[in-house]
Design a protein around this ligand. Structure first.
Ligand code: PNS
Length: 161
């Protein structure tokens, strides 16, 4: 069974993530979207449970996708779950340097391949951090994230202000 691992912070999941998950699901028997428990970048807007719930909700129609979480090294999770390959979306050349470095490190550590999938052009400007920022200041993100996520963002920022 060929299992693809799509890791990320998913804070929150965007239409760009969903595009990569859907297209990966068409090539593999199973896809595991794994949410990192403690994103290093910044304080997460959503809790691990919320990030997982949103992912589960927006991938519910995809029968071969499941949601999990991990901490520590990605390759340890990949080994424990008999993953065939890690799949990463590439939005632009600017993503490539760091992604290549991580792919080579992960291969060195565990002989696990990383496959890069080009993001669909309509999503190439999207990132969770920009979506959070736009939503925080009341901008319309409804075409950038699934409806369930747009609703959660609205609730989160209405509640906080
Ligand atoms: O959505 P993100 O924040 O870009 O995802 C980054 C993520 C979680 C894929 C990356 O930080 C990661 O793999 N972290 C796990 C720790 C690890 O294995 N580090 C070594 C990578 S070479």
């Amino acid at each position: 069974m060929a299992i693809a691992l799509i890791p990320g912070s998913f804070d929150p999941v965007t239409n760009g993530h969903l595009d990569i998950i859907e297209r990966t699901a068409a090539h593999f028997d199973q896809v595991v979207a794994a949410v990192i428990r403690n994103p290093q970048k910044s304080k997460a807007l959503f809790t691990l449970q919320e990030r997982q719930e949103m992912l589960a909700e927006v991938t519910a129609s995809l029968g071969n996708v499941r949601i999990d979480s991990f901490k520590g090294l990605l390759v340890d999770f990949a080994r424990e779950h008999s993953v065939s390959a890690i799949v990463k979306g590439l939005r632009a050349v600017s993503d490539f340097d760091y992604e290549l470095q991580m792919a080579q490190m992960n291969y060195k550590l565990a002989r696990i391949d990383t496959l890069f999938m080009p993001t669909s052009p309509q999503h190439s400007f999207l990132s969770s951090s920009l979506v959070r920022e736009v939503a925080r200041f009341g901008g319309d993100v409804s075409s950038m994230v699934p409806a369930a996520v747009a609703l959660r963002l609205k609730e989160r920022f209405n509640r906080d202000e």
